[in-house]
Design a protein around this ligand. Structure first.
Ligand SMILES: C[S@@+](CC[C@H](N)C(=O)[O-])C[C@H]1O[C@@H](n2cnc3c(N)ncnc32)[C@H](O)[C@@H]1O
Length: 362
């Protein structure tokens, strides 16, 4: 990315435009996540002090324009979720707190890609769509970088800001309702990021992307596996962090929208089955906390920790209470333990993130 982005996010969102950071290559390009190199632990992260940011170590099947005011949400335990008109069971809220985490996530992913917004070799596309755009922060940054491109972001809820670059707009659309309303060959780039837990049929999603792309157009899919793992056994099997993985996986099975996108190799298989060629995958270990010796990865890790600590309830309450019906009196203890483990400098956990991209043949 050539310039610092000027995302016009609402004031409730952190200013997390595209970063400039030291360069580091992803490890294990094209290899399965388990084959990634290990991330070295900084000497400061083997003691038993808590880490703390700021403590010195860094601190409906048809689309509808949002201007038609579909501003409806449902409230669960004081948090705003998608309107019931969408049969999505989507686990995360869509309020200000949740949106802040989406924006921080964009920040750490952009850091991870050394300031780039994507890995697919896309050249000056004229029409781009960001599926499940969230706060629209990726679409806005992409629109800023490519003023000649028309960029559309779609989501179930109109949580995106109103003040956006003139070439960017947002629409309400359920990506899982097929066929998409877009005509064949509409786009030159389809971007899909962090829809784990939201999609029942990834093949159907990729097939729609294939249909609506022009020949020669690119798709990119970036997903994470919500399992906290470690290479040095510092994530204990009976830890709260380990319980997160089980909670997500059991939720995915119960609602039929898996969280195991990487384990199931959904991206590569799905893209190739849809007809994409030149499919590449790039795997990352995304640290949780500032424990890596490598400065860039430590910075990424601090933002991962921040996005989690910002909204542990938002990420988990629907799963724990509404989907799984796990004991309500244990929920607060679970959150408390999670917070403690996230701050524990002896725990060197990471999440796996996979970028996959491919081209529609000419
Ligand atoms: C974790 S956020 C990621 C946002 C954005 N893609 C990013 O990476 O910054 C997932 C988003 O997907 C949206 N979503 C979930 N199910 C969806 C569906 N069926 N159709 C469209 N968007 C959906 C949610 O509303 C949420 O905004």
């Amino acid at each position: 990315m050539a310039e610092q982005s000027t995302s016009k996010q609402q004031s409730t969102s952190p200013k997390v435009g595209s970063p400039k950071s030291p360069s580091i290559s992803p490890t294990g390009a094209g290899s399965p996540a388990g084959a990634l190199l290990s991330v070295e632990v900084s000497d400061d992260y083997n003691d038993d002090a808590d880490s703390a940011l700021g403590h010195g170590d860094d601190a409906f099947s048809s689309t509808a324009s949002i201007s038609s005011s579909i501003f409806e949400y449902r409230t669960i335990k004081g948090r705003a979720y998608h309107s019931e008109r969408h049969n999505s069971d989507y686990y995360a809220p869509v309020d200000e707190r949740a949106n802040a985490s989406v924006d921080i996530t964009h920040h750490y992913l952009t850091l991870l890609l050394d300031g780039k917004l994507h890995l697919a070799p896309v050249k000056d596309p004229k029409k781009v769509i960001d599926i499940g755009t969230g706060t629209g922060i990726w679409a806005i940054d992409f629109g800023d970088e490519h003023p000649a491109a028309e960029v559309i972001g779609t989501d179930l809820s109109p949580t995106q800001p109103e003040w956006v670059p003139p070439n960017v707009r947002f629409e309400i659309d359920d990506a899982t309702k097929v066929p998409w309303t877009w005509a064949d060959g509409t786009f030159e780039f389809v971007h899909i990021r962090y829809l784990f837990g939201a999609v029942a049929d990834w093949s159907a999603l990729f097939a729609q992307a294939f249909r609506t792309l022009q020949p020669g157009g690119w798709i990119e899919s970036a997903e994470a596996e919500v399992d906290f793992v470690s290479d040095d056994a510092t994530v204990a099997p009976d830890s709260a962090l380990a319980l997160w993985g089980r909670m997500c996986k059991e939720t995915g099975e119960k609602i039929g929208r898996p969280f195991t996108v990487l384990t199931d190799n959904v991206q590569k298989t799905g893209l190739e089955t849809a007809g994409f060629v030149d499919v590449q995958t790039v795997d990352f270990k995304v640290p949780v906390g500032g424990w890596p010796r490598d400065a860039k990865l430590a910075e990424v890790g601090r933002f991962v920790q921040l996005t989690l600590e910002n909204d542990l309830e938002g990420y988990s309450t629907f799963m724990w209470n509404n989907v799984l019906g796990w004991p309500a009196d244990e929920y607060q203890i679970f959150l408390m333990k999670t917070r403690k483990e996230l701050k524990d400098r002896r725990v060197h956990s990471y999440l796996k993130v996979r970028y996959a991209y491919g081209r529609k043949p000419e």
